[in-house]
Each structure stands twice: as structure tokens, then as C-alpha cells.
Design a protein around this ligand. Structure first.
Ligand code: SF4
Length: 700
């Protein structure tokens, strides 16, 4: 398969990538006219010229009137020198009084690989704190942990996205990519045009579910039971690939025994999916090549890792892994959600997926950094646990590119914890809800103003290229970390001539690791249009498809894991009788810190609405547009009601892109998966606590 970009013979412009999601659509930014023009890059093979509304309106972020252009110290404009000194002095003082572990860092899946790498290094070398984690813990970590357990490696898609078109049966679980990454629809359409079938499991009849041949409208939180039920049918109807199981896997017998309890009648009771649909789905999946793609639905649960493992079990039992057009993959969310979790901004990881608790890994990375291995801290706290300890054991925090006050579960508690800090610093381009609480806010560059690399949902390492000059007064996160390190006495370890120089050190730090970037260079990415990791030498062609011959476990085999359905952290009961689940609008991205600034996007979706079934609405006497107070054990939010036959009558859905009184995360439950520490965003118990009629738009 050729991955090279065609020669550039199209109109002028800088080839770079969209600032938002993990699809990382190729864009061409033309700055020759009065206003910046963005078009889809037809030469980039992932989006093939297509963009969603977020991508082609992203230019408005650059010269936006709300853009932060000067540092703020306690809300007042300040010089860079004064603001950086405030941060360094505060961290030094807190560490002297309370110990090194009393400061923390919170990063983002939006940061380039270079920034994520430097943030992890800054935590371990400049501050010597174990407490660094990032918002990708909210997004990807359950699929990552499951991939590591089953395959010995975690890469969102272990194949190029174009392989979707080559599958005969495509099974999407708990994801609505037609809204969240619309250009992916072209691959779904090609798959259908070639005679493929599509199955979607989702509590809502989303645009993706509507386009599918079979929609399994399951009860929220029952995905694991569904997967085990499908495997029961596969075993009962002798649809297994016995040769594949024998030659390429271990552990199937325990799984076979475990799924005996998941007979169709019981699964129908647990999931609400009729036996006829269960059997049809299992038969279609056996008619390969078949592909299973999971999204946040099954992953953002307190049993997210086990749930993903159940779907991997199903794919392995069918022998549908490691073949063209087949496999298990995770539809990563954030722009650099993949690279962001590979290079050391996770509490338990060092660059290249090296582990901070493994001596050989510590030694390798310490050698690259020029420090003693013993000086590296051990494992720190995961994202929610880190935020939950603010104001107690952690007293100072630096947040880089994440709006934790909106994006965290039980957001009301996290806002209280942020307020209880001795010191909070935030680096961002806009003053978002987290920055509003900060002692110091630093204005930083955005996507089109900087160079770097991102790793998209396929594990393809691509180049973010500078198209425009940043406005005067802002600095890059890389400069911020360097200047803070100077003030903390270790500036020489953070002095780099360019982002490429940071990447060259990252390459050395990852050499020989699972996510080996050592053979990837800026020049190669420019020439080849992207390089898939692992890529252990400059002569290596990269690895678009994993698992064709072996898995990454020591014995080369994939591992089955026997997993059991269990209740969510919180199930509906007499007091809070409804399920509440969250997700995204096509027009907005994550906490909305960027997209709520874009005129067209906020115009199209100015406020969040709670989606409810008309049957439930009539029980409460609600009409479309009425205001409805939704309450959980943690908070209450007043939403405008949107009626839809596409949602189960026992479930409410709301997007999480807004903060303040519109924040869906005031309601969500911070129950964590025991392995990935991912919070249970997808499932909380709520009640309708009040209804009132209104004539005008909520929030107006
Ligand atoms: Fe592409 Fe995602 Fe950007 Fe939309 S938001 S243009 S799907 S990268």
C-alpha cells in the first residue's frame, strides 16, 4: 500500500491538520487573500479532501477577538517575566513547604507529541513530581488498557482507516462517528457500496445507527453482556475459527466457560436486545472479513476495560484479527489522543509506552534525559484522582490545554477542588472555565501557528505545520516549559532550537520501546505523508497493519480474558429512576472551549438540549423546548427538552460541551474503572426534578 502524498500541484497553501479530533483531517490553509481560507487536503488519504463543519470554520479561532494575548496574574494583565516568575516561585514555595509531590501537572490529548513529551519530562525532571496526567484518561484509557492486555500493544486502529471499506461486516459499538468525525462516513459508504453490512449498538438511534442495517438499541451499561451473548451464539452455532484460536491465541477455554451463562434469553433481559437480533448479528460477524470498532459508549464505564476485552474476545474467537478488512479498533477521540498517551504525560508511563515502574524503562529514559534513574519519581495519580486531591495533598497545579472544570465528571466537586488550591496556572489560547479560576493564565499559540507532530487514530504520525505567525504576546507551550525550567534551575535540559529538535530527543527516548518512533523524522513525514509507528529505523517502512503474523505479547499470541457483566457504579432506582448518558454534537468539540468561540458553530448549537423519548415527555407533561431540571446525586442542570423517538424511554442524553449551569458533567458519576481509572461518563442515575414551560431559548 502506498502512503506517499502525491506531488503538490494544487493551489498554494500550507498543508497541515485540523485542530480538533483524532481523525486529524488534512487541511490546506491559504493565506494569500484577505482572509485565511481552509479547504480539505485531497492528497491526505484519511479524509481525502472532506472536512466537517468544525474543520472548515477553525480559522476563526486564530484572530478571534476573545483570544488571550497577554499573561494574566490574578485577572490583571502582566508581563511574561512576572507571570512566569509567579508560577516558578509558587511551585518552589509549595514544594519547600509540602514536599515535591505537592505540585501536579495536567496535560491534554490536544497537545502535539513534542509538547506531551516535554510536559512529562518537565514533571519528572524539573519538578520531580509523580503527579502528571491528562484528559486522555477520560477518553481512551479503557481501550488502551484492554489492547495492552489482549494484544500486548495499544494503537487505536491497528490498520489504516481505509480498511473499513474492505470489511464485509462492520460493527460499531457505542460510537456515533457520522456526527463526531463525519469524513469517516466516506469509508462506511464505500463498504456498503461493496455489499458490506453494518451493525450499530447504541442506546440512541443516532445518524450512524440509522444508516446501519441492524441497530441493537441496548440498555446503557449492558455492552459487556451483549458481547458475551454474541460469543455464546458464535460458540453455540459453531461459528468459531478453531484454527485461529489454536494457533494464534491463549486462554479461550476460560472464556468459553464464562460465556456459558450468557444465553440469549438472559442477554435479552440484561441488554434489551431481542434474541433474533443477537443471532443475526453473530451470523453476520462470522461472515468476514468483519471489523469491530468501539467508541466512548462501552469505554467510559466503570467496567470499560472488561467491556472492551469482551469485544476483543469476540473478534479473536471469530478469527477476525490481523487480516485485511478485519480487526478490532477503537475510534480515538482527541486530536492527539493517540500520541498524547504514548509519550509520558500519563502518571504511569514514560515516552514510547515505557513504564515508570519498570527499572529498564527508567534507565533508558533517564540516560536520554541525562539524569540518574533513581531521581525519576514513581507512578502518580490518574486524572480524576489527581484533581480530586487538589487542595489537600496537591496544592499547586499547572494545566496545559485542558478545560478540566467542564470536562471532568462530578464537575461541581472538581471546581471546588480547583478553588481550594494554593496556586493554579493555566496555559490556553482562550480564558475558559478552568482559566477563570487560575492565579496565572499564559496565552499560548494554536494549531496553525506552530510546528510539531500529531499521531492520528490509526497510529499515523503526521506533521502540524505553521501557516501563520502567532499574534504578538503569545508563546508556545514549548517555550513556556523551557522558561519555567530556567527559573527552576534546569533550563539546559529544556533548551531546544525547534520542535524538530524536541522530536529528535523523543525518538531517542522511544527507541526500542513498544511505540518506537526512532525511525520517524520530520523529513520522512513530509515526503511520505505520514509514518505509522512502530518504526524502529529510518530504513523501516513503518507499520500500517499490526498483527498480520504475531501479536506483541512475549509468546506472539493474543490473550483471551474471561470477563463478566456487572452493574454500573450507579444504576437507576426508585429515587433516581432514569439513565443519563452524555456525548457530542457535530458542531462542538469536547469541553467547547474552542468551538463555543466560533460564530457558525455556536449559532447552530447555542445551548445543550436534553434528548428524551416522547413517551417519557408525556409522562411529565413536557413539550419540545420546555425547560426541564435534571438531577443526579451530585448536581442539577436545567436543560431545554428535545423530543426524539431515537432514544430509549428510560434514558436521557445531553452533550457535555458547556460549562456553568449548563454543564452536563455536574450530573455524571466519577466511578472509576479499576484498571484504566477512566470515569463512568456514560452512565448516571437521574430524575426529572422540575419542568417549566418557556417561550425563549434556554441560556438566551
Ligand atoms: Fe476532521 Fe475531526 Fe476536524 Fe471534523 S473535527 S474536520 S472530522 S479532524
Amino acid at each position: 500500500m502506498s502512503l506517499a502524498l502525491p506531488q503538490l500541484d494544487s493551489p498554494p497553501g500550507t498543508r497541515t491538520h485540523c485542530p480538533y479530533c483524532a481523525f486529524q483531517c488534512g487541511t490546506v490553509l491559504d493565506t494569500t487573500g484577505d482572509a485565511l481560507q481552509i479547504r480539505g487536503d485531497e492528497t491526505f488519504p484519511v479524509n481525502a479532501g472532506q472536512l466537517c463543519v468544525k474543520g472548515w470554520t477553525a480559522g476563526e479561532l486564530l484572530n478571534h477577538p476573545n483570544r488571550l494575548l497577554t499573561p494574566l496574574v490574578r485577572g490583571k494583565p502582566a508581563s511574561w517575566d512576572a507571570a512566569l516568575a509567579e508560577i516558578a516561585d509558587a511551585f518552589r514555595r509549595i514544594q519547600q513547604e509540602h514536599g515535591r509531590d505537592a505540585v501536579g501537572l495536567f496535560g491534554s490529548g490536544a497537545l502535539t507529541n513534542e509538547k506531551a513529551y516535554l510536559l512529562g519530562k518537565f514533571a519528572r525532571v524539573a519538578l520531580k513530581t509523580p503527579h502528571v496526567d491528562y484528559n486522555g484518561r477520560y477518553c481512551m484509557s479503557s481501550a488502551a488498557a484492554a489492547g495492552n492486555r489482549a494484544f500486548g500493544i495499544d494503537r487505536g486502529l491497528p490498520f489504516p482507516v481505509s480498511d473499513i471499506a474492505l470489511s464485509r461486516t462492520l460493527f460499531v459499538v457505542g460510537s456515533n462517528p457520522f456526527d463526531t468525525l463525519p469524513p469517516i462516513a466516506q469509508w462506511f459508504e464505500k463498504q456498503k457500496a461493496s455489499g458490506g453490512r453494518q451493525i450499530v449498538a447504541d442506546p440512541r438511534r443516532t445518524p450512524t445507527a440509522r444508516a446501519a442495517d441492524l441497530h441493537l438499541q441496548l440498555t446503557p451499561g449492558s455492552d459487556l453482556a451483549l458481547a458475551n451473548g454474541l460469543l455464546f451464539v458464535v460458540i453455540e452455532e459453531r461459528l468459531l475459527d478453531a484454527t485461529f484460536i489454536r494457533e494464534r491465541t491463549t486462554g479461550f477455554d476460560a472464556v468459553r466457560r464464562a460465556v456459558l451463562q450468557y444465553y440469549p434469553a438472559r442477554v435479552e433481559q440484561l441488554t434489551g436486545v431481542p434474541e433474533s437480533q443477537l443471532r443475526l448479528a453473530a451470523r453476520w460477524l462470522a461472515d468476514g472479513p468483519s471489523m469491530i470498532l468501539t467508541g466512548r459508549g462501552p469505554e467510559q464505564q466503570s467496567k470499560g476495560v472488561d467491556t472492551v476485552l469482551a469485544f476483543i474476545n469476540l473478534a479473536l474467537a471469530l478469527g477476525q484479527v490481523g487480516k485485511v478488512g478485519a480487526g478490532y479498533g477503537c475510534l480515538t477521540g482527541q486530536g492527539n489522543g493517540q500520541g498524547g498517551r504514548e509519550h509520558g504525560q500519563k502518571a504511569d508511563q514514560l515516552p514510547g509506552y515505557r513504564l515508570i515502574e519498570v527499572d529498564a524503562d527508567r534507565e533508558h529514559v533517564a540516560r536520554v534525559w541525562g539524569v540518574e534513574p533513581a531521581s525519576l519519581p514513581r507512578k502518580g495519580r490518574s486524572a480524576y484522582e489527581l484533581l480530586d486531591s487538589l487542595g489537600t495533598s496537591i496544592r499547586g497545579l499547572l494545566v496545559m490545554g485542558s478545560n478540566v472544570a467542564v470536562a471532568s465528571p462530578h464537575a461541581g466537586r472538581i471546581i471546588d477542588r480547583l478553588k481550594s488550591l494554593d496556586f493554579l496556572a493555566v496555559c490556553d489560547a482562550f480564558v475558559n472555565e478552568t482559566a477563570e479560576l487560575a492565579d496565572v493564565v499564559l496565552p499560548v499559540t494554536q494549531w496553525a501557528e506552530e510546528d510539531g507532530t500529531m499521531t492520528n487514530l490509526e497510529g499515523r504520525v503526521i506533521r502540524r505545520r505553521q501557516a501563520v505567525e502567532p499574534p504578538p504576546g503569545v508563546k508556545s507551550d514549548i517555550d513556556v516549559l523551557h522558561e519555567l525550567a530556567e527559573r527552576l534551575g534546569c533550563g539546559e535540559k529544556f533548551t531546544f532550537a525547534s520542535s524538530e529538535a524536541v522530536f529528535d530527543e523523543l525518538r531517542r527516548a522511544t527507541a526500542g520501546a513498544v511505540a518506537d518512533y526512532s525511525g520517524i523524522t520530520y523529513d520522512r513525514i513530509d515526503r511520505e505523508g505520514g509514518v505509522f509507528w512502530p518504526c524502529p529505523s529510518e530504513g523501516h517502512r513503518g507499520t500500517p497493519r499490526l498483527f498480520a503474523e504475531r501479536f506483541h505479547n512475549a509468546d506472539g499470541r493474543a490473550k483471551f480474558h474471561a470477563v463478566e457483566h456487572r452493574a454500573a457504579g450507579e444504576e437507576p432506582d426508585a429515587e433516581f429512576p432514569l439513565y443519563f448518558t452524555t456525548g457530542r454534537y457535530q458542531e462542538h468539540y469536547n469541553s467547547g472551549a474552542q468551538t463555543r468561540q466560533v460564530t457558525r458553530l455556536i449559532g447552530a448549537k447555542p445551548v445543550p438540549r436534553v434528548q428524551m423519548h416522547p413517551e417519557l415527555a408525556s409522562r411529565f407533561g413536557v413539550d419540545a423546548g420546555w425547560l426541564m431540571t435534571v438531577e443526579s446525586r451530585r448536581g442539577r442542570v436545567e436543560f431545554s427538552a428535545e423530543l426524539s423517538h431515537g432514544i430509549r424511554p428510560d434514558t436521557l442524553f445531553a452533550p457535555f460541551h458547556w460549562g456553568g449551569r449548563h454543564a452536563a458533567n455536574l450530573l455524571t458519576n466519577p466511578a472509576l474503572d479499576p484498571t484504566s481509572r477512566m470515569p463512568e461518563f456514560k452512565l448516571a442515575a437521574v430524575r426529572i426534578a422540575g419542568v417549566r414551560e418557556r417561550a425563549t431559548e434556554a441560556g438566551a
